[in-house]
Ligand binder design. Structure first.
Ligand code: ADP
Ligand code: MG
Length: 398
């Protein structure tokens, strides 16, 4: 019998009606002679009573800043509630089901609270559920250390839980259920022309996720790729086939026109810094920034200065560092990074020229660019985000 890990995100478990749909999807898998291993996110998004952000806001406002260990303990509650609710609903529909914490499901991590890394998986509890025809419903986003401390896996961590369990159980497939019909050529919230892509390679999806496309977490793609388990992104609220992610999209190419660019991802809240710093300076600007754990992106180095971007949340920390060390700098905030992704663009000349042409036709100013074999990233002002993505969507006939 095929083992299928089914992961349901925050919107999928948000309301009674949506949870009924979740339960129907789980039962449908059982009826097709598959064995579902269910992973759930916390109920709803910010504002809903048990959503992760609501729990953090509650403790921050009523008690103050939380220590990392307690933060993880608190956050793990949201997914546990969700797992209990779904398992109970399944039982009341006549199916045997059991809610499990991440730790009980065998996800053993290191002790890096808020962003723990997998050490190994212990699959005996889930295996024994499967033997007894019990559907395991696992709280996503969490694990446990060898010492029994509860940890969380970083934002978007329920996707990672699903891939970790699939890897440990040697599952046949991972179904990530969300609120869109699959992976689209761009985020439908900013691009009205976005359309579903039937099939993509792990590498392309990893680049998308790593460039900000929220639809799946990059670490989840990495684990699935490592164990070569097909990953399918589907909608809880429809019966569409979704997007299948596999090693190569050769099979998909026969169904589709070969696109040079397959998708466009974006990340908001970027701040661009231009810092005066000579190449021969012994102050080691980039080292100092790294020591402060500020991750930088889009780095361009010139003889007299360096240009790079950071996340808005690190702006104060970076400014303090620059001022303390007497650096002269300017900054532009309110930026977005738009990344075009496509495995077929490697070695094809003129892609950058087409991006520049598309931007200039729509009067969009390009603040900075950088490229890799399969991506080109462009920094623009956030006001132009939607125009920029639509312009690129047209230019590359997505
Ligand atoms: P979940 O709670 O199910 O994990 P997320 O909000 O994390 O859902 O991810 C789904 C959202 O990702 C969609 O509603 C969509 O706005 C966003 N998204 C961003 N880029 C894409 C893309 N390329 N394709 C589909 N959805 C995308
Ligand atoms: Mg998500």
């Amino acid at each position: 019998m095929n083992k299928v890990v089914q992961k349901f995100g925050g919107t999928s478990v948000a309301t009674h009606e949506s949870r009924e749909r979740v339960v129907n999807k789980i039962i449908a898998a059982k009826n097709q002679d598959e064995f579902p291993i269910v992973v759930v996110s916390a109920i709803g998004r910010q504002g809903s009573p048990y959503a992760t952000d609501t729990l953090i806001d509650f403790v921050n406002t009523s008690a103050g800043i939380i220590a990392d260990r307690e933060y993880d303990l608190l956050l793990s509650c949201g997914e546990i509630i969700s797992a209990v609710v779904i398992a109970t609903q399944l039982c009341n529909r006549g199916y045997k089901a059991k809610a499990l914490t991440g730790g009980q499901a065998g996800i053993i991590t290191d002790g890096r609270h808020r962003n723990a890394d997998l050490l190994y998986t212990k699959t005996d509890v889930i295996e024994s559920c499967l033997e007894q025809n019990i559907i395991p419903v696992v709280a996503g986003f969490q694990g446990v250390t060898v010492e029994g401390e509860i940890t969380t896996l970083g934002r978007g961590g329920s996707d990672t839980s699903a891939s970790i369990l699939a890897m440990g159980l040697k599952a046949d497939r991972i179904d990530i259920y969300t609120d869109v019909d699959g992976i689209m050529t761009a985020d439908p919230r900013v691009c009205d022309k976005a359309r579903i892509i039937p099939s993509l390679s792990y590498n392309e999806v990893f680049q998308m996720a790593d460039s900000g496309a929220k639809v799946i977490h990059p670490r989840a793609v990495e684990y699935a790729m490592r164990s070569n388990i097909p990953l399918v992104i589907k909608n809880t609220f429809s019966d569409e086939e979704g997007t299948t992610i596999v090693q190569t999209t050769k099979d998909a190419a026969s169904k589709e026109i070969e696109h040079l660019i397959t998708s466009i991802a974006h990340r908001n809240d970027r701040v661009q810094f231009t810092v005066q710093d000579t190449v021969i300076s012994d102050k080691n600007l980039l080292d100092q920034v790294a020591k402060e754990n500020i991750s930088i992106d889009l780095i361009n180095i010139f003889p007299q200065y360096k240009v790079f971007t950071i996340d808005e949340s690190h702006k104060l920390k970076l400014e303090t560092l620059l001022q303390k060390n007497d650096y002269k700098y300017t900054l532009t905030d309110g930026c977005s990074k738009v990344t075009v992704i496509g495995e077929r663009m490697t070695g094809v000349p003129g892609v950058m020229a087409r991006i520049l042409k598309a931007f200039s036709k729509s009067h969009i100013e390009m603040l900075q660019t950088s490229d890799s074999l399969t991506t080109i990233a462009c920094l623009i002002k956030k006001e132009s985000l939607s125009d920029a993505i639509n312009a690129l969507h047209d230019e590359f006939s997505l």
